[in-house]
Design a protein around this ligand. Structure first.
Ligand code: HEC
Length: 520
């Protein structure tokens, strides 16, 4: 081995000049000219007077005392807060600094952060404080006023707001206007029927420090149902002074003729988990299979204080697998919506699988109680595992109804097992549920879980004469037990579904006849 001197020299020279050029470029950087525009664009949405971030970063004098903390926070990518670590596609609302922005900020700080020429200072960003950015909404929901104490723990409440429209109405944009942004950490607005928290009601929109109003993509809208109301899921952070907050939600309506697609909010959820006390890395999974060709427009992973990481993966019908979004350092305090620039196609039969990990150990400083086994629940001391996602269907305006999906499944099963498919109906269901309980092997049933129809296996079927017992394993709520009785003479079947979370549900019917809804 020998060294080619010329080459080595050339390499050293190149490195030297490259370094020098970078240093020369850096020397020309100035706060006023190069750094202020970055801070205005990337930090001022939260770091300005009256907002919840701890300091304003609008002027050189405000920034100067913080440069060490800024260096630490931006180089560790803690600021701006943005937690997507891997993903397919890119996000419209990505707050993170680009590599170029990051190196400009760091280089300027490392040079001692001099001010630069004051005449280079860009105009200060303008924020229409307390005013609607999208203009006057068509409908304003004013939530009840809540007093937030000067200090103490964070405050969490679900507060109702009245809408009660006389007809269904398409919503094309939602703007949430916190009354006291200094203390409002986040707001999630759900549509509810009556005042029951009904998952099927769906997510209307969310706000957290620094978010823009939600203008849904052209031609899409969320459907606000006739008579429905909303719940504001609120998180406040005391600010050192007692303060009253009254948050308003502005809805912008669209004409039916202008809506091509419903923007559907899907909950890929698991409600059946138990995270053992002290477990530092408990895994929980949930999945959803698209029954129609669809496109995903965005994601919002949701857990509480024990949440560590959250991943969405697509398993395509052709066997391909694709990571859609990974949030490695999940932080409950930032309920981030990840809004895609380009929608992701989900062909019919694609399963989106969500995998979450929870830290229920004492090493998790946010853990409210490491000594308690933790299950699904509304309270912040409980846990949640929901992969919210927004999608639109490829064909038609709205996804097929549950009844249509049940019919599709029944037709497929009938083709494979003629005369063996039953249609059972509960007094409160909106159609016949297809059911297959063979004498040997696995059966099938369709059920509505988490607001969408799911095709599930019926396992451990044991027939004793005309009676059977069985089990329906679900990702969402664990096992459902099913028992039933067949009356061969009448051609009817009656089944009872039971689960600790749902009261016994009795369904009855007979052989599935022909198409549409009719079973006798
Ligand atoms: C979306 C809102 C938001 C944006 C955008 C944002 N911050 Fe922050 N920042 C916060 C909040 C809130 C805190 C308080 C700590 C927390 O809750 O994480 C904070 C804390 C900080 C801290 C730590 C202060 C301390 O007490 O040590 C620094 C430094 C900081 N931000 C710098 C920045 C810089 C620089 C930018 C832009 C490049 C930025 N932040 C963008 C909301 C934001």
């Amino acid at each position: 081995m020998y060294f080619n001197r010329t080459k080595v020299f050339a390499a050293i020279a190149a490195a030297f000049f490259a370094g020098n050029i970078a240093a020369a470029e850096a020397a020309k950087l100035s706060f006023t000219k190069d750094v202020a525009p970055i801070l205005n664009a990337r930090c001022a949405a939260c770091h300005r007077p009256g907002q919840m971030a701890p300091m304003s970063l609008l002027s050189y004098d405000e920034v100067r005392p913080w440069v060490k903390a800024i260096r630490e926070n931006v180089s560790a990518r803690k600021m701006p807060p943005w937690h997507a670590t891997a993903h397919a596609g890119s996000f419209m609302n990505d707050r993170s600094l680009s590599e170029a922005e990051l190196s400009t900020v760091l280089a300027r700080i490392d040079q001692g952060a001099p001010r630069g020429n004051p005449s280079d200072l860009p105009p200060a960003p303008v924020f229409p404080e307390g005013k609607w950015k999208l203009g006057e909404p068509d409908f304003v929901i004013t939530l009840p006023e809540v007093e937030i104490p000067a200090d103490g723990p964070d405050v969490f409440q679900k507060i109702p707001g009245t809408v009660a429209l006389p007809e269904d109405q398409w919503v094309s944009a939602v703007e949430i206007l916190p009354g006291a942004p200094k203390v409002v950490h986040h707001v999630i607005v759900f549509q509810i029927k009556g005042f029951d928290v009904d998952p099927a009601g769906g997510w209307l929109g969310a706000w957290a420090a620094g978010t823009e109003p939600m203008v849904f993509p052209k031609g899409t809208g969320r459907l606000m149902q006739k008579g429905a109301n909303v719940i504001g899921d609120m998180h406040w952070h005391p600010s050192g002074e007692a303060i009253k907050d009254q948050t308003r939600i502005g809805l912008h309506f669209a004409k039916t003729a202008d809506i091509e697609k419903e923007l559907v909010n899907l909950w890929v959820l698991n409600q059946g988990f138990k995270i053992p006390a002290g477990d530092p890395n408990h895994e929980v999974r949930a999945k959803h299979t698209f029954a129609q060709d669809s496109f995903i427009l965005g994601f919002a992973p949701h857990m509480h204080y024990r949440g560590k990481d959250f991943t969405y993966t697509a398993h395509y019908p052709d066997g391909r697998e694709e990571l859609l979004l990974k949030v490695e350092n999940y932080d409950f305090n930032w309920q981030t919506d990840y809004i895609l620039n380009e929608r992701l196609p989900m062909p019919k039969g694609t399963t989106v699988e969500c995998v979450a990990h929870f830290d229920n150990s004492a090493n998790n400083p946010a853990n409210p109680d490491p000594t308690r086994d933790t299950t699904f629940g509304e309270e912040t001391k409980d846990e949640m595992m929901i992969g919210f996602l927004d999608y639109v269907v490829a064909e038609g305006v709205r996804p097929k109804s549950r009844v249509e999906l049940y019919n599709d499944a029944a037709q497929t099963w009938l083709a494979a097992h003629p005369g063996e498919i039953y249609g059972v109906k509960s007094p409160k269901s909106d159609g016949f549920v297809p059911l297959y309980v063979p004498k040997t092997g696995e059966g099938r049933i369709m059920l509505g879980l988490g607001g969408s129809a799911a095709e599930l296996s019926v396992t451990d079927i044991v027939w004793t004469g005309n009676d059977f017992t069985s089990r329906i394993p679900t990702e969402q709520i664990g096992d459902i037990r099913m028992t039933g009785t067949l009356d061969p003479a009448a051609g009817t079947i009656t089944v009872t579904l039971s689960h600790e979370k749902i009261p016994n549900l009795v369904l009855s019917g007979g052989h599935w006849k022909g198409s549409v809804q009719s079973a006798s």
